[in-house]
Design a protein around this ligand. Structure first.
Ligand code: ATP
Ligand code: MG
Length: 336
């Protein structure tokens, strides 16, 4: 649905040239929810703006739904943009217009006759759960409600793609969840392909099928969200994953720990308990699970356990080697 090929964006500033995006190629499938994560300045917004040519790439190509966007005249591009909705962290609602008028304005701008606007606006407000707020002004709305209005506005002209630039970054965790739920509904019910930029891995974990990690204008790692969580390779990706998957062991517990401490990770398709009990039957060691949790990456579970193992060092080494063969990941945190 979206193909970005070798896109670079160089900004000319007084201080010299700045690389916003460097040689990025990505392919986003129809119906997918795709995440782009990275720290501030990584080039996420620039890349997103290159996808609808709000920013003209310095080099490279962009196709949306088979259309080569850089090959279009400005008039054709304005038309093509109607199939690409966009929402932002800051909502950008017109404060002097009501909720209804904010949404209706997008239809007016696209040349939809007045007689057809009303029903469409009400339908959109129904979709985002704000039917009863139609006559309110933005100032009367919460952040989550404002984002719902901006989503309704972005969907007004039936886009095929919705680009979201930090759409939940200004919202509290509960409101973030409800907006993500709405985006998922829009994706599933309307079949809209969604690209989400975020610096929160939690957002990616919650709804993205695939994701890319950006650093210094480049995509440094890319893949299915589950693979990225289960097997991150780049240090930055690991740091992002840690924000979701790590847990602190209480200091008291660590102080009292006399054995070898390890962190085991099980993929959804491995029964963790059975592997541990097989290991305990095969080797003269004792294993004590100190901590554990299962994270759902989308629909798929990823289990993480902290285990303390005691016994002879040689037996422990053999047991660890055995486990390494059977679990997704094993990291010895500290030896006895
Ligand atoms: N219009 C511009 N003129 C000059 N430099 C720019 C411009 N827009 C972006 N940049 C630079 O390009 C780089 C990438 O910026 P971008 O806004 O895409 O990052 P980002 O990942 O979206 O960051 P954030 O998380 O803070 O929004 C930065 O170094 C930024 O300073
Ligand atoms: Mg940005």
């Amino acid at each position: 649905m979206i193909t970005v090929e070798k896109v670079s964006k160089v900004f000319k500033t007084k201080a010299g040239l700045v690389n916003g995006v460097e040689n990025v190629s990505l392919s986003i499938n129809k119906g997918e929810i795709y995440g782009i994560v990275g720290y501030s300045g990584a080039g996420k917004s620039t890349l997103l703006r290159c996808m609808n040519i709000l920013e003209r790439p310095t080099t490279g190509k962009v196709w949306i739904d088979g259309v080569d966007l850089l090959g279009l005249s400005s008039k054709e591009l304005r038309g093509a943009r109607q199939s690409i909705g966009m929402i932002f962290q800051g909502f950008y609602l017109v404060s002097s217009k009501t909720v209804f008028e904010n949404v209706a304005f997008a239809l007016k701008a696209a040349g939809v006759p007045k007689s057809k606007r009303k029903n469409r606006v009400l339908e959109l407000l129904e979709l985002v759960g704000l039917r009863e707020k139609a006559n309110d002004y933005p100032v009367q709305l919460s952040g989550g409600q404002k984002q719902r209005v901006s989503i309704a506005r972005a969907l007004a002209n039936n886009p095929k793609v919705l680009l979201c630039d930090e759409a939940t970054s200004a919202l509290d965790p509960g409101t973030t969840k409800s907006i993500l739920k709405l985006l998922k509904k829009i994706n599933q019910e309307l079949g809209i392909t969604i690209v989400i930029i975020t610096h929160e891995m939690e957002v990616v974990k919650e709804i993205c099928n695939r994701c890319a990690v950006m650093q210094d204008g480049r995509v440094i790692e890319e893949g299915s969200t589950y693979e990225i969580f289960a097997n991150p390779t780049e240090p930055l990706t690991k740091a992002f994953i840690q924000t979701v998957l790590s847990f602190e062991l209480p200091a008291k517990l660590l102080d009292n720990c006399t054995g070898t401490l390890m962190r085991l990770q099980f993929r959804g398709d491995i029964a963790g308990e059975a592997v541990v009990s097989d290991m305990l039957q095969s080797f003269p060691v004792r294993g004590n699970i100190l901590h554990g949790k299962v994270e759902y990456i989308g629909e798929t579970p990823l289990g993480i356990f902290i285990m303390e193992m005691t016994g002879e060092r040689t037996a422990i080494d053999k047991a660890v080697a055995y486990l390494k063969e059977r679990v997704n990941q094993l990291e010895v945190i500290q030896h006895a």
